[in-house]
Design a protein around this ligand. Structure first.
Ligand code: B3K
Ligand code: ZN
Length: 856
């Protein structure tokens, strides 16, 4: 398959200002009639080319009311029509089979429901159309179907009409007044009930809100509805953005390829990001729901009103919208804890991507299959880049920039460059060098070293940066790296001279600080002001000092993480092992009465095995696990009284969804895990008691996770009870699969292979697939079992899933694709599996691209 390149972009030859769609709905055979008003753009003689996909074939083609039999042809998957004039009416009729569509792109069936997913290129599976985001049309949609099977008929915009028809059928007519690209089209038909509410906008318009689910799930929609209303108010207050239609609907479906989709006025969600109550969803689930509901809602401006010119601009809407949802979530709870979580996610998903064979800039230069580019780089690094812009421009300059951007490009398909120019025009800043963040892949490495002449004098900070080589980008230029930093007095712990913003914009830079009253300790990259890997020459004593005194909570967390990481990496490289500084620092944090529980729970967590491995050259996962377990056990044993204290303190709360209660629950499960690591004689009893007595899923899952990692008899009892208790609740049974797939106990590969034969397992449902196979593929011990059996299992899954759902299959590739990072034995076993996959004929573009790039 050929690559599509950003520099080949050409404006569309034909525009489609209006489209009228008619759906005769049927799960086996749906007939779709599309009437396109097409207009030639510019002086050219090119034919009209309409994209088709998934084997779409026309039943009929008419031009200006006349059916044609030979004035059209099929070229590849495109329908090509020669048109004499500049304006025509083109009508096509096709027949599609939603029930047979296992790709979950286009129109498909899920649990008796018919629903659509069009981004990025699913609309072409529904009807012939110029499937590119710079063709914007006004949609009129008529749907007709069996009234008993499909009592609810939804599409974008406002419902204009509905009514009964003979033979138990009915219809609905919807019209969306806002021109939109076809990737934002949506349709849902099924037996659904709505949680209805209203929101009054700041200009006094009343919006009808509906969250549509199966009737039995209605009680689980309250949190999503509250989150939606909070998002609507937040976007008015913080970005000045008001909702624009009279109706906003959300539908939850159980078969969905990713989190959710921002279709205009009709968001469609994976049910895991809507349905929640305390008995079945954890605090993390509640937080994720609020974040995703906000994200999709915010897209109404950053994505829909201003959309993307082409898919290379994807981060224009995704990076910006992730930043917006992160800001929203930070405002709802603890900003420091939210930042810690976001940075952990960045390090877990984006840093490895940026350091591997699939590294790409946030604005890529080419792709084979665009579905492979909905990545942590486009989303999370994209958000970091906009966050840095905000830091450089200041809050007011940034807001002026976003106002100008929305104003200037409303109704347009824009580019990342348009966004940057709006920022420059509104603030007066020059972002020329900053554009390198859009073009260069790779996580910059920054070194920082502070030297002092004498107490009471001057300090010199030497900074350097280098951006690593990535595929296709051997040479890199220095980028502007904004570093928030301070110098703490080594005695008082106070920041001398306050907080500074230093922009490291050359390969090397030296900054001096005068008038220091004490010896300084360097605190740098406050709030993770830049997405970099930082190396400093700070001693364990300095890091321990910062972890106890830094005024910036994120910097405190980072200092502790760095101290832990230095200790673990040193041990993994065979250096001397001294756990004392970490143990002392953790004790300090655990017993500091000024710290809230949520922060403490984050701060005392050891870096993950994967993140430790990312610091090493040829990873031996067993070695990493061994050194990490040794530190965990020492921390558990040495601080056993403190863990018991923390466990007891956090125990006494009744369920409530508040930042404080969430923090207590988190600390409680962290403490329980350390008690287990210490081998405390009663750990399993405690865990099982917590499992049984808890009145919420957070505590129950926390206990189950600890039990699942060990071999105590309580393990089997808890897993069996969990399964029985939640039988039939798919989202909770997903947790049951995941707890076992993530287990650190030996025998997990065999257990996961057996679970893949469990009657509840299916590769057809993306949530279930991820719950078992996706979770297993990040389990550093079991997946990397030295036998290679874990690799074979995942490769088999990739091949099996690819036949049904290429997007879901391709998502499993990167874990094998990181083979170069591992010691030679594992690396060659992983590579062998990738080669085995690549040799199979008929691979999807999705899997082909990921595997061939991983081997290349
Ligand atoms: N824009 C969608 C993602 C679509 C993924 C297509 N492969 C959801 C989101 O980012 O909000
Ligand atoms: Zn998005």
């Amino acid at each position: 398959p050929a690559a599509i390149r950003r520099e080949d972009y050409r404006p569309p030859d034909w525009l489609v200002p209006e489209i009228a769609l008619d759906f005769q709905l049927d799960a086996q055979a749906t007939r779709v009639t599309a009437r396109l008003t097409v207009r030639r753009q510019g002086a050219h003689g090119h034919p009209l080319r309409l994209d088709g996909g998934g084997g779409l074939l026309p039943v009929s083609v008419s031009i200006d009311g006349e059916e044609l039999h030979d004035a059209w042809r099929i070229d590849g998957e495109q329908l090509v029509i020669d048109l004499p004039g500049d304006d025509h009416l083109v009508e096509t009729i096709v027949q599609i089979a939603p029930a047979a569509n296992s790709t979950l792109m286009g129109l498909y069936a899920s649990n008796g429901l018919l629903c659509t997913q069009c981004e990025a290129e699913g609309f072409r599976r529904i009807t012939f159309f110029p499937d590119r985001p710079d063709v914007l049309s006004r949609y009129t949609v008529r749907m007709e179907g069996d009234a008993a099977l499909y009592p609810v008929l939804l599409s974008n915009g406002d419902q204009l009409d509905a009514g009964e028809l003979p033979a138990g059928r009915h219809y609905a007519l919807w019209r969306d007044p806002f021109p939109k690209p076809c990737y934002l089209f949506a349709l849902v038909a099924g037996d659904l009930s709505a949680n209805r509410d209203q929101f009054v906008t700041r200009s006094g318009r009343t919006i009808d809100l509906g969250i549509w689910v199966r009737e039995a799930d209605l009680p689980k929609t309250r949190h999503a509805m509250a989150s939606l209303k909070a998002s609507m108010a937040w976007d008015e207050r913080v970005y000045g953005r008001e909702y624009d239609l009279a109706v906003f609907n959300i539908v939850a479906v159980s078969d969905f390829n990713f989190g959710a989709m921002e279709n205009k006025g009709l968001n469609i969600f994976n049910s895991r990001y809507i349905l929640a109550d305390p008995d079945t969803a954890t605090d993390a689930d509640f937080d994720a729901i609020a974040g995703v509901v906000a994200h999709e809602y915010f897209h109404n401006w950053s994505g829909n009103r201003v959309t993307c010119r082409d898919w290379f601009q994807l981060s224009l809407k995704e990076g910006f919208t992730v930043l917006r949802d992160q800001q929203f979530s930070a405002d709802q709870g603890s900003p420091a804890v939210k930042r810690i979580e976001d940075v952990r996610a960045l390090r877990a998903a984006q840093f490895p991507e940026d350091a591997g064979p699939l590294a790409h800039p946030i604005r890529p230069d080419s792709y084979i299959e665009i579905s492979n580019f909905y990545t942590a780089t486009i989303y999370n690094k994209g958000a970091e880049v906009i966050r840095m812009m905000k830091l450089i421009l200041g809050d007011e300059g940034f807001r002026a920039g976003t106002d100008l951007y929305f104003d200037r490009h409303d109704g347009q398909a824009a580019t990342c460059e348009d966004f940057i120019v709006a920022m420059e025009d509104a603030s007066g800043a020059d972002l020329t060098q900053f554009r390198l963040w859009y073009t260069q892949a790779g996580t910059p490495r920054v070194t920082a070293s502070l030297t002092t002449d004498a107490p009471g004098g001057r300090a010199r900070l030497r900074l350097s940066q280098s951006v690593p080589t990535t595929p296709g980008q051997p040479d890199k230029q220095p980028m502007p790296i904004p570093l928030k930093l301070s110098l703490l007095g080594a005695v008082s712990g106070a920041a001398m001279g306050g907080e500074h913003l230093v922009i490291l914009d050359e390969a090397e830079k030296e900054v001096t600080f005068d008038g220091l009253t004490e010896l300084p300790v360097l605190s740098i990259n406050h709030g993770f002001s830049a997405p970099i890997c930082l190396e400093t020459d700070r001693s364990p004593a300095d890091l321990a000092f910062l972890s106890a005194h830094d005024e910036d909570p994120f910097a405190r967390y980072e200092a502790m993480q760095q101290l832990m990481l230095d200790t673990l990496v040193g041990a993994a490289k065979g250096g001397p092992v001294d756990h004392t500084p970490v143990i002392d620092a953790v004790r300090n944090t655990l017993t500091d009465p000024a710290l809230d529980a949520a922060f403490v729970a984050e701060a005392v967590l050891l870096p993950s095995e994967a993140f430790i491995g990312d610091q090493l050259d040829a990873v031996d996962p067993e070695m990493v696990a061994t050194v990490r377990e040794a530190l965990r056990a020492d921390l558990g044993t040495e601080l056993i009284d403190e863990w018991r204290d923390a466990y007891a303190r956090a125990h006494a709360n009744r369920y409530e969804y508040s930042p404080n209660a969430k923090g207590m629950r988190r600390l409680r499960s962290v403490a329980l895990a350390f008690l287990a690591a210490a081998g405390a004689p009663d750990w399993a009893e405690l865990a099982f008691a917590q499992y049984r007595a808890s009145d919420n899923m957070t505590d129950r899952q926390g206990a189950l996770g600890v039990l699942a990692n060990n071999d105590a008899p309580e393990r089997e009892a808890a897993l069996a009870d969990f399964y029985d208790r939640y039988a039939g609740d798919a989202l909770v049974i997903d947790k049951w699969f995941t707890a076992q797939a993530l287990s650190t106990r030996s025998g997990t590969v065999e257990a996961v292979e057996a679970l893949a034969r469990h009657p509840d397992f299916t590769i057809a449902n993306p949530n279930r697939l991820r719950s078992l196979v996706g979770a297993f593929a990040v389990n550093q011990r079991a997946f990397h079992d030295p036998s290679g059996r874990g690799y074979r299992f995942v490769a088999d899954m990739i091949l099996g899933v690819d036949k049904l759902n290429p997007q879901a299959a391709a998502r499993l590739v990167p874990s094998l694709g990181r083979w170069r990072r591992y010691e030679p034995g594992r690396a060659s076993l992983m590579r062998d599996e990738l080669e085995r996959v690549l040799a199979v004929p008929g691979l999807s573009k999705d899997v082909f691209e990921q595997v061939s790039k991983s081997l290349g």
